[in-house]
Each structure stands twice: as structure tokens, then as C-alpha cells.
Design a protein around this ligand. Structure first.
Ligand code: BGC
Length: 723
């Protein structure tokens, strides 16, 4: 860092009182009312006094500026505030929820959405986002599956890199950059039975192989901050987990940015049962490496006591203050605290972003089924949009809607009407999302079925049914929705009308009966501001759907957790042998495997080639496959590269993802996808949990999804290093 910064921070540290230092280690929620800015549980005098140095949950350039002015112009030392918000999938313009965006399998797109979100949030004066959320999630009961990368650590790592670069831009000090925050470190996705905030207890191997890689990638990409998870890992809450924070994150990965606690997590060390009071909780968190206490007030009120009791030292406190001030410096806040939020974005910039969001949404939705090519619909056609999610703008936002107004997003009905003509698109909700049929809605929906050519049935979760504190023991369609849907299917069958289901959810719902009965199914997740337009683009055939599911879809709740990276076990399932690993009442395989997703093309993969037969640890091979579009519409195919190490000192997963790529082809056109594979990425954690490169053979498997029967295979020899 520049000498000027070091000198400035040294000077501040010399001048600061203990209370002012602890202010820099404190983050408090802020808001504004008609009478001016407010703080949660505090007065804005705390900013003037320098005892609150960081804020969250504030929107609006004017409100942000008011708060910043209090700190810069009315506090003794004028240290600027760091103001952050959960910019998870957009700020005012919402992109698809993270799980949906993962389905795009496109690192450039992942980066661009983060860049656009950063610009929009920074234009409101914000300097930090609590994103990306990098928790691998293999249990759809967990509501926070919606916020993350899905089931695979490789995907999580690629998303981590793209998002950190997108949010932070080339230079943190730029007026359009936000400090990113990789969260929730770590293994939060492994909460017992998918219940939010529950305990986590996994092996060190699973921790390192599955849950840590996205964080390693975030740190390697220069992420500015990291947030420990609320949860404990085998009895040690992450907020006090010195081994994983100071040990692994700081020393092993070399992370020297800011560690920011989750909301009230420092005080919750008391609930975990490892701290007797706020002072002990604060001491444990600081000792573990947590720099900023979000919302617990534990550092402000507890650390002075902990200092008196000798549990922490002034040097410990100074070290954290230095990190926070360094981040503020890097963000350019000392140079010009009003750099962000001083210029409003033009209407044109906003319109361009909306158009971009529309394309992203179309690339994120996953066409799960399309029997007899029901989609795209022929034109002209009359459509009956039916169901509680057909015209619900607020729900299109998904969880963490940030500063997006509820009426902002485009609904399915609005999108289809804009694309087709008002007269041809009729709508009837029929029932509420969770409620009863209010006033004959089902009867009206059934009437509508008779007056249409095709039915677009919009079902699923409300936006609030996934996200934080939204775990569901039964990740199914809510009871009345099923009854309603069955009634519509029955009528449609009699009338011989196709039913296209649009399924909204923050997780892979377990709905085999629905998939069975529908003619076509679009998994729409929550697609954000342009949801309805993007769905209309796909339904009318203007755009071919391109998303591939980043999570396996289970047939039954009893299969959870279900993911493609399982190990073979000693008794792999064999239908002819009772004593093998299977259920008596449900198949082992998913209803839809990871990577499944149809397009309007029809692709054939052939001629798998690996550029060399044998590699040593420092080599790289090119894995190439020919792709032909045998369908009659242009579309983009996604190709996945997996490996299987069949014989190793530690049992390896049946499939491990090592790459993916895309190719767009016209009807009848052929091309090739070439994916690099570095031999060092074929290392795995050996018996002692350190990476090893074991000579032998590895299967190279390439195909459209994680269904083993659809993968082309080749063999690669791993040779010991040449002497
Ligand atoms: C969530 C975090 C979030 C924080 C601030 C917490 O409840 O777990 O993901 O960043 O609130 O809003």
C-alpha cells in the first residue's frame, strides 16, 4: 500500500480514543425517515461521536450522503463511513437469483451482472456488498440454496472469481466499484437436515473438497472481505473459529482483508453456549480474527471490559482497526467520501441494463421438459395464463430484492401480452399461492381452458418461501396448488389442450407428478425485473432457453441429500442384488441430473478427443468434442467435462466437474468445444488431506449433463514426473 496511506492510518490510530477505535469495528443498520437519518437502536449522534463507523441497510443517494456527511464533517476525526448492503442479484434492476444465474454456466455473464449491480448500487453511494454468497448447497430443504451456486464446488469457485471481479472492478477506488464479501465462511450449506442456522458437522475432507474451494477462489481473486457463517462447525461457531479464520483463511490462504461478522453473530456466541456474556463473546470473536461486529454491539460494549480483564490486547484491536481503515482507503473513501452517489445514472443506462437483465433471465431459466415440441408455441395462438404466480410482480423478485420496488418486475401475463397482443393472452389466478380458492377462481380458470389454444400454468413458491430463515421440511408444491393443478390437467386432457408449466422456486422442488403430467416445464426460479419478458421470449421462440440446472432434482424428499459427486461405496446399486445400496421405494437417480436443460436445438456430441494420452503433473491437455445441431432451430449447447478417478488411495467421487463450455449452432451446423484440463487439477487430497498427484488412469467424461449414460468417455494416463 502507498506510504501516504500507511502514514495516514498510523496517524489516525495514534489520535483515536478506544471508543473511536471500536466505532471502526462496529457496523449498525441504518435507515431514514421523513425527519432524517436513523440508526437501529442508537442515535445518529453515535456517528458524530465516532462510535459507529460502518453502516448497513441504507438506500438512496441522499440518505447515504446525509449519513456520510455526519461522519466526515461532524465527527472529530472525520473518518468516512463504510456503507454496505446485500446487493445479492442486483440493486434496483434485479437479475435472476444466484441459483438461477448459476444455471447460465457462463462466467462472463456472471461477472457482468455483478458489474452492473455494482454500478447501480454505487450510484446510490454504497461502497460494499455482502456478496457473493458461496455456500455449496446439497439440501433443497435449506431456503438459502436460492442465494448460492448450487451443489458443486467447481461451479462455486468459478462464480466466486467472476463475482469478485465484477463487483470490485479493476480498481476498488473507482466510483463504480464495491468491496465484495465472500460469505458465509464456511459450510453453512451443510446445516443439519436443511434447517437454517442449525448445527454443522462434516468431515475435514468434505470441508476441504466441497465447501472451501469457492472461498479459496474468492481470496485468490482479491476479495476485500469475508463473512463467517452463523453456524458452528463440530461445536466451534464460525464467528469464533480461530483455526479456520486466522489459521486457514488468513495464514493458509493469505487473506488480509476485513472479516465482518454476520448479523448479531458475535452476541449469538452466548446462545451457542461458548460465551458467558457480551465481553467474552467479543473477545472470542476478535481473537478468532473477526474485525467488524455487525449489529451485536458486542465490540463497542464488550471489548472495553475484555481489555480490562486481559482477554484481548490493544494491539489486537489496533490490528483490526488498521484493516478496516485500509479497506476504506482502498475504496477511495478518504480521498473523496462522496465519489459514489454523486452522479445519478442516466435513463439510457438504466434502460440498457434492463435489456441486459432480460437476456440474462432467458439464459438462466431451465427447460426441464418439452414433449412433442410444445414449445415454442406456434403463432398466432391464444394462451390462457392460469395460476397464482401468473401476474405477481413482487414474487418475480425472489429473495434479497434489495432496492427493487415490488411493482417493478414484469409478470408472465404482462410479458406475454407485450410479446403477442393483449387480445390473445387471458389470465385467471384461480387460487392464491397458499390460500384457498377465493370466490370461484378455479371455476373461472376451468372456463378459460375451454377458450384457449394452450394453457400456461404458473405455480410454485412465493418469493418469501426461499432465502434466509425459509427452510421447508417439504420442498413440494403447497397443498392447494397441487389440487388446483390436477384439476386443470384433467380438464386440459379432456379438451386436448397442451399445458406448459412455469415453475417458480428458490430450490429444486420435488414435484415428479407435475413433471409427469405437464407437456412442457420451465424452471423459472426467480428471474428478477425482466422475468415476464424473458419467459415470453422463450415461450414465443424469440430466444432458445439455455439454462442447465446447477442442482440435481430429487424424486422424493427421502433422497436428500442428492448430488452427482457421490462416492461409489462398496456395494453400488444393482437391481439384481438385494444387498446393494438402494431404496425399496424409490430409485437412486435424480429426476433431473445436474446439468439437465433442454434447448430448441437438438444436439449430438461425438468424437471425443484428448490431446495427449499421458500427462505429468505440470501438463495441460485439450479435451475436444464435436457438436452438431440436428434440430431445426438455432440454439446454444452446454458441454460439461467430468473426470472419474477409478483407482486411488482415497475413494473418489463417481463424477467430478472440471470444466464446461458453450457453443451456439444454427440448424444442421457442426462445431467443436475445446476445454483445457490442467493435470494439476487432477490432484486430490490424499490420505493426509494434502494434494497428491497419483500416477494411474483417469476417465475423461464429456456430455450434456451428469447422467453417466449420456457421457462420452476417454482415458488419460497420469505419469510420474520425468526424472
Ligand atoms: C445474513 C447475511 C446478510 C446479513 C446482513 C444476515 O441475516 O445471514 O447473509 O449479509 O444478514 O443483511
Amino acid at each position: 500500500m502507498a506510504q501516504a496511506a500507511v502514514n495516514h492510518i498510523d496517524r489516525l490510530l495514534r489520535e483515536m480514543s478506544l471508543a473511536e477505535k471500536l466505532g471502526q469495528l462496529t457496523m449498525t443498520a441504518a435507515g431514514s425517515t421523513v425527519t432524517g437519518p436513523t440508526l437501529a437502536g442508537d442515535s445518529t449522534d453515535a456517528i458524530r461521536a465516532g462510535t459507529v463507523g460502518n453502516l448497513l441497510n441504507l438506500t438512496g443517494a441522499a440518505a447515504v450522503r446525509d449519513m456520510q456527511r455526519l461522519a466526515v464533517e461532524e465527527s472529530r476525526l472525520g473518518v468516512p463511513l463504510l456503507i454496505g448492503f446485500d446487493v445479492i442479484h442486483g440493486y434496483r434492476t434485479l437479475f435472476p437469483i444466484p441459483l438461477a444465474e448459476a444455471a447460465a454456466f457462463d462466467p462472463d455473464l456472471w461477472l457482468l451482472t455483478a458489474r452492473e449491480a455494482a454500478k447501480e448500487a454505487a450510484a446510490d453511494g454504497l461502497a460494499m456488498t455482502f456478496a457473493p454468497m458461496l455456500d455449496v448447497a446439497r439440501d433443497p430443504r435449506w431456503g438459502r440454496s436460492a442465494e448460492g451456486p448450487g451443489e458443486d464446488p467447481y461451479v462455486g469457485a468459478r462464480i466466486a472469481e467472476a463475482k469478485v471481479r465484477g463487483f470490485q472492478g479493476g480498481d476498488l477506488a473507482d466510483g463504480s466499484s464495491l468491496a465484495a464479501c465472500a460469505k458465509h465462511y464456511c459450510a453453512y450449506g451443510a446445516v443439519a437436515a436443511g434447517r437454517d442456522y442449525a448445527s454443522v458437522d462434516i468431515s475435514d475432507r468434505t470441508l476441504r473438497e466441497v465447501y472451501l474451494p469457492p472461498f479459496t477462489a474468492a481470496v485468490a481473486s482479491g476479495v476485500a472481505s469475508v463473512m463467517p457463517a452463523f453456524t458452528d462447525l463440530a461445536g466451534i461457531p464460525m464467528t469464533a473459529n480461530a483455526a479456520l479464520l486466522k489459521g486457514w483463511l488468513r495464514r493458509r490462504l493469505g487473506f488480509n482483508g476485513v472479516i465482518l461478522s454476520d448479523y448479531n453473530a458475535v452476541a449469538e456466541l452466548i446462545n451457542h453456549g461458548i460465551a458467558a456474556d457480551l465481553a467474552q463473546a467479543a473477545a472470542l470473536a476478535l481473537q478468532a480474527g473477526v474485525d467488524i461486529d455487525m449489529m451485536a454491539g458486542a465490540y463497542r460494549h464488550g471489548l472495553p471490559i475484555a481489555l480490562d480483564r486481559g482477554w484481548v490486547s490493544s494491539a489486537d484491536i489496533d490490528e483490526s482497526v488498521r484493516r478496516v481503515l485500509t479497506l476504506k482507503w482502498k475504496l477511495g473513501l478518504f480521498d473523496d467520501p462522496y465519489r459514489r452517489g454523486s452522479v445519478a445514472e442516466s435513463a439510457e443506462a438504466l434502460a440498457t441494463r434492463r435489456r441486459f437483465a432480460r437476456g440474462v433471465a432467458a439464459r438462466s431459466l431451465v427447460m426441464l421438459k418439452n414433449d412433442r415440441d410444445v414449445l415454442p408455441v406456434p403463432q398466432p395462438i391464444r394462451l390462457a395464463v392460469i395460476g397464482p404466480l401468473g401476474d405477481s410482480a413482487a414474487d418475480m423478485r425472489g429473495s434479497w430484492w434489495c432496492a427493487a420496488a415490488p411493482e417493478g418486475p414484469v409478470t408472465v401475463v404482462a410479458g406475454l401480452r407485450a410479446a403477442m397482443s393483449e387480445a390473445r393472452v387471458a389470465f385467471e389466478a384461480g387460487i392464491d399461492i397458499e390460500g384457498a380458492d377465493a370466490g370461484g377462481g378455479t371455476a373461472r380458470a376451468l372456463d378459460l381452458c375451454a377458450q384457449t389454444d394452450a394453457i400456461v400454468l404458473c405455480l410454485g413458491e412465493a418469493a418469501t418461501l426461499s432465502g434466509e430463515a425459509a427452510s421447508r421440511a417439504h420442498p413440494l408444491l403447497l397443498g392447494r396448488q397441487r389440487q388446483f393443478a390436477e384439476t386443470i390437467f384433467d380438464r386440459a386432457r379432456v379438451l386436448r389442450k397442451p399445458v406448459i408449466v412455469i415453475l417458480f422456486s428458490g430450490r429444486p422442488l420435488i414435484v415428479p407428478w407435475l413433471i409427469e403430467r405437464a407437456d412442457a416445464v420451465l424452471a423459472a426460479w426467480f428471474l428478477g425485473s425482466e422475468a415476464g419478458n424473458a419467459l415470453a421470449d422463450v415461450i414465443t421462440g424469440r430466444v432458445s432457453p439455455g439454462g442447465r440446472t446447477p442442482v440435481s432434482w430429487a424424486r422424493s424428499v427421502g433422497q436428500i441429500p442428492l448430488f452427482f459427486g457421490a462416492r461409489p461405496g462398496g456395494r453400488p446399486a444393482n437391481p439384481n442384488d438385494t444387498y446393494t445400496s438402494k431404496y425399496l421405494d424409490v430409485a437412486n437417480d435424480p429426476l433431473f441430473p445436474f446439468g439437465h436443460g433442454l434447448t430448441y436445438g437438438r444436439f449430438r456430441l461425438s468424437n471425443l478427443q484428448v490431446s495427449r494420452e499421458s500427462v505429468t503433473e505440470n501438463d495441460t491437455v485439450a479435451v475436444r468434442v464435436d457438436v452438431t445441431n440436428e434440430g431445426n432451430r438455432a440454439a446454444e449447447e452446454t458441454v460439461f467435462l467430468f473426470i472419474h478417478d477409478k483407482l486411488a488411495s482415497v475413494a473418489r467421487p463417481l463424477l467430478e466437474l472440471k470444466g464446461f463450455g458453450k457453443i451456439r449452432l444454427e440448424p444442421g451446423q457442426s462445431g467443436a468445444v475445446t476445454l483445457p484440463l490442467a493435470a494439476k487439477d487432477l490432484r486430490f487430497l490424499g490420505l493426509n488431506l494434502e494434494p497428491v498427484f497419483e500416477p494411474g488412469e483417469v476417465e475423461i467424461l464429456v456430455g450434456p449433463c451428469a447422467d453417466r449414460s449420456r457421457l462420452l468417455a476417454a482415458t488419460l494416463h497420469l505419469a510420474p514426473a520425468r526424472a
